[in-house]
Design a protein around this ligand. Structure first.
Ligand SMILES: Cc1cc2nc3c(=O)[nH]c(=O)nc-3n(C[C@H](O)[C@H](O)[C@H](O)COP(=O)(O)O)c2cc1C
Length: 166
């Protein structure tokens, strides 16, 4: 199996080291390389390193606390005017988000996906925090940083596979 896929876990504790600019760009390049319905690429991203903003992002939901102590946050956004197949936007952004998580492993970083959409209160909180324009909505937060946490788990389960018929 691809090593990044095999070793990716949600990492929620980070040491103080900042993520280099080149690595931040690589994370975003990975996100934008994702498949999307009709190749609509409806994503935009906000890169956050400001401590105060990261602290505010941690209040987006009761499960978003890891971002408070991360050196880097990435807000994954949808730009609705780019949508050709509107019903697919969350699938597209999930693919982009997973690509970023896998690239983080490749770069020696740890990261966690903090859910925002479809919870309307979380989406509204982030929309207000960044004063997002009409038609731009938050999909997810990613907390990213260096970490010594690594907790490989083999989840293969042959019982979940059906051949030819269920
Ligand atoms: C849609 C989605 C939303 C998630 N939201 C959160 C979250 O708000 N806070 C959090 O700490 N982890 C969140 N996670 C991470 C999951 O808890 C994690 O992926 C799961 O427990 C499996 O563990 P692993 O990522 O280490 O393999 C989310 C994951 C997904 C895919």
């Amino acid at each position: 199996m691809n090593e990044a896929i095999q070793h990716r876990r949600s990492i929620r504790k980070y040491d103080g080291k900042l993520v280099e600019k080149e690595k931040i760009e690589k994370l975003l390049r990975a996100g934008m390389q994702a498949p999307s319905a009709a190749n609509q690429q409806p994503w935009e991203f906000i890169v956050v390193e400001n401590k105060e903003t990261l602290q505010k992002l941690s209040n987006a939901s009761i499960y978003a606390t890891p971002i408070k102590n991360a050196p880097l946050g990435i807000v994954v956004l949808v730009k609705e005017e780019l949508l050709k197949f509107p019903s697919c936007w969350q699938q597209d952004l999930a693919a982009a988000t997973e690509n970023i998580l896998l690239e983080a492993v490749e770069l020696g970083l740890g990261a966690v996906w903090l859910g925002v959409a479809p919870e309307e209160d979380r989406m509204a909180y982030i929309k207000d925090l960044f004063k997002l324009p009409k038609g731009v909505e938050a999909f997810a937060l990613l907390a990213v940083g260096y970490s010594s946490d690594n907790k490989f788990e083999d989840r293969f389960d042959a019982n979940r596979i059906h051949y030819e018929r269920y």
